[in-house]
Design a protein around this ligand. Structure first.
Ligand SMILES: *Cc1c(COP(=O)(O)O)cnc(C)c1O
Length: 378
């Protein structure tokens, strides 16, 4: 049986990138390594849609989030936390660890925090230094209106920090045009790579605040990365084999073109949602994003057992809900190196397993709706 990965991180990796990972380890301070880092940094600027340098950190996505918090906030300073799920809660955990004064804008899982809600919180808290937000809330499938947030925050002295892990490279996100001050992402979501690298960029407004904030960390001190990257280098030993491989996946993204890539994700996501609804299932997210589709487990169906059966019988690995959502949702990723026919296959496998479990559905209805919606999209 062929294993097929549909989890929202890690995600499938293209063959040419895997082959690069198989090549011998090289020295990270060699001129060739510096040239590769410089090239990766340029391509990341394109992916982030920014003219600012993008720093490569050797850690998972959370390390990049920790860098965002610890570099922009002094202890006791006020932060607005927009949270709509587990990844918003990840911000909260880091903010607590660094002693931030947290004001929370919170919605139930499945809902989205609107720019209006953020605007009110900023009015009520004019002393806010940084707003923390999530582009793609991977735990619920919600996508946030970061363009709207950017308009609201840009009018204030506060910074807008964005967890773009799973969002950047899957859905439209324009750091400079949208006034996003700190953007973080990771290698293993939409950037077609295994886990191990985080990427962080900061606006001129953010750098001003960073330079005025006492240093509170060592490994994640962004000033060190700024100084090193000016010489195409890193302050510590980087995951240089991963950086080399990321270069290959970024070339694929560049060749496709970022607008085409956003359009591809939008088309597949719309078709997937149509397929899910045609199966008589409900979408979990009120404002679904294009990185993944989150499906509410219907009444009378065992969510976790269904996923296990899909994997065991057909090789399709989808993700369960996390924490309180376990057994209640299914998360189907279509970000990165995933095409329409793979998603079509996943829907087909889900239909088969549900049918075998006695759930009443019209066999093929989801697949047909996917195809119709896909054909209608462009
Ligand atoms: C995966 C994910 C994270 C966590 O990243 P790690 O690489 O596990 O540290 C954070 N935020 C979002 C939105 C994610 O999807």
């Amino acid at each position: 049986m062929k294993p097929r990965l549909f989890t929202p991180g890690p995600t499938p990796v293209p063959e040419e990138t895997l082959l690069e990972l198989a090549r011998p380890v090289t020295y990270h301070r060699a001129p060739e390594a510096k040239a590769i880092l410089a090239e990766v940094s340029e391509d990341l600027k394109y992916v982030f849609q920014t003219s600012q340098p993008v720093y490569t950190l050797t850690c998972s996505g959370t390390g990049g989030m920790e860098a965002a918090v610890s570099n922009t906030l002094a202890a006791g300073e006020k932060a607005i936390l927009c949270t709509a799920g587990r990844w918003g809660e990840r911000w909260r955990g880091i903010l607590k660890a660094y002693g931030a004064n947290i004001v929370t804008v919170e919605v139930p899982y499945g809902k989205a925090v609107t720019p209006e809600m953020l605007e009110k919180a900023l009015k009520d808290n004019p002393d806010t230094k940084v707003v923390f937000s999530t582009l793609s809330e991977t735990s619920t499938g919600v996508g946030h209106d970061l363009e709207g947030y950017g308009k609201v925050v840009a009018k204030t002295d506060a910074l807008l920090a964005v967890d773009g892990i799973s969002g950047v490279g899957a859905m439209e996100c324009k750091m400079d045009a949208w006034n996003l001050d700190v953007v973080v992402t990771g290698s293993h979501k939409a950037l077609m790579m295994p886990p191990g690298l985080a990427f962080v960029a900061a606006s001129a407004k953010a750098w001003k605040k960073i330079d005025a904030t006492p240093v509170r960390n060592f490994y994640f001190d962004l000033r060190r990365y700024r100084k090193s990257l000016a010489e195409s280098d890193t302050p510590f030993t980087p995951g240089n084999t991963l950086i080399r491989a990321q270069r290959v996946s970024l070339k694929r993204i560049r060749a496709e073109g970022i607008e085409n890539l956003w359009a591809r994700h939008a088309r597949i996501a719309a078709a997937c949602r149509a397929g899910v609804e045609a199966m008589g299932l409900k979408l979990f997210a009120e404002r679904p994003n294009n990185a993944l589709t989150v499906i509410a487990v219907p009444e009378g169906v065992e969510g976790t057992a269904t996923l296990k059966a899909m994997e065991k019988k057909y090789g399709f690995k989808l993700a369960d809900g996390q924490d309180t959502l376990k057994n209640h949702i299914w998360r189907l990723s279509h970000m990165g190196y995933t095409d329409a026919f793979e998603v079509l296959g996943a829907l087909s496998a889900l239909e088969l397993v549900l049918g075998e479990g006695g759930f009443k559905l019209d066999a093929g209805a989801g697949v047909a709706a996917f195809q119709k919606a896909y054909a209608a999209g462009k």
